[in-house]
Design a protein around this ligand. Structure first.
Ligand code: ADP
Length: 241
């Protein structure tokens, strides 16, 4: 699924969170939205998801205007910073949840659900934890389950908002590798929000650097790192070793 964003603007009261954003996201790419806190990354992600409406501009999915399309029709999967797993459900049931709440005509048979969930749990190498509950897992394991759960409904677009923000440095590094691996396996157009330069540069195919509701630069990690477009990008990446 390709995504095109045209002249997107969004105000919160008198505060401009997004200012005339234009962006083409290629089908199957892993894109990082990178920028300091308050630069509009989450707002942009939420507008793409349909969780937030823009004041002006358009979002196109595969060249079709999705601006007024309700969220359930956008076929997006989510991973949030705080795993948001259901505490009273097993790991298996957490991953199966999205499949069980589908409208009747789209519902899978019990056997199909079992196969799909088992395959996803194998993919994140946690099938041995299927009968446990979220509190019995580590933070990193929970976030791998959150990834499996988002993928269970076979989304066309995967949106991740600071997916590893709550984890310590070692686990974050490990999960970056997981995200990259799952992405390469599934080829789903994926957008992840981060304020961590190293994470964005290491994992993504392209990086969008945002500041004060604007895009400062779009490029491959090498392009952005080697040739910062302006002093802001240069300064912002200055901390990367
Ligand atoms: P980022 O993800 O880059 O940290 P956000 O998109 O979350 O930035 O926020 C951009 C700005 O918009 C912030 O200053 C934030 O306070 C403001 N903002 C975000 N959501 C709301 C809201 N629902 N109401 C008012 N202000 C908001």
């Amino acid at each position: 699924m390709s995504i095109e964003i045209r002249h997107l603007s969004k105000q919160f009261g008198s505060f401009a969170a997004l200012r005339d954003i234009n962006l083409n996201i290629h089908s199957g790419e892993l894109l990082a939205l990178l920028g300091p806190s308050g630069s509009g990354k989450t707002t942009l992600l939420r507008v793409i998801a349909g969780l937030e409406t823009a004041d002006s501009g358009q979002v196109l999915f595969n060249n079709e205007d999705a601006t007024s399309q309700p969220i359930r029709e956008r076929q997006v999967g989510f991973v949030f910073q705080h795993y948001a797993l259901f505490r009273n459900m097993t790991i298996f049931e957490n991953v199966a949840f999205g499949l069980r709440v589908r409208p009747r005509q789209n519902r899978l048979k019990t056997q199909e659900i079992h196969e799909r969930v088992t395959n996803l749990l194998k993919l994140v190498q946690l099938d041995w934890l299927a009968d446990r509950y979220p509190h019995q897992l580590s933070g990193g394991q929970r976030q791998r389950i959150a990834l499996a759960r988002a993928l269970a409904v076979e989304p066309k677009v995967l949106l991740l908002d600071e997916p590893f923000g709550a984890l310590d440095a070692k686990v974050r590094k490990e999960l970056r590798t997981w995200l990259r691996r799952l992405h390469d396996e599934m080829h789903i157009t994926s957008i992840f929000v981060t304020h961590d330069q190293e994470e964005a540069l290491e994992v993504s195919d392209r990086v969008v650097v945002m500041n004060e509701g604007r895009i400062e630069q779009i490029g491959t990690p090498d392009e952005v790192y080697e040739r910062p477009a302006n002093p802001f990008v240069y300064e912002f990446l200055g901390h990367v070793n």
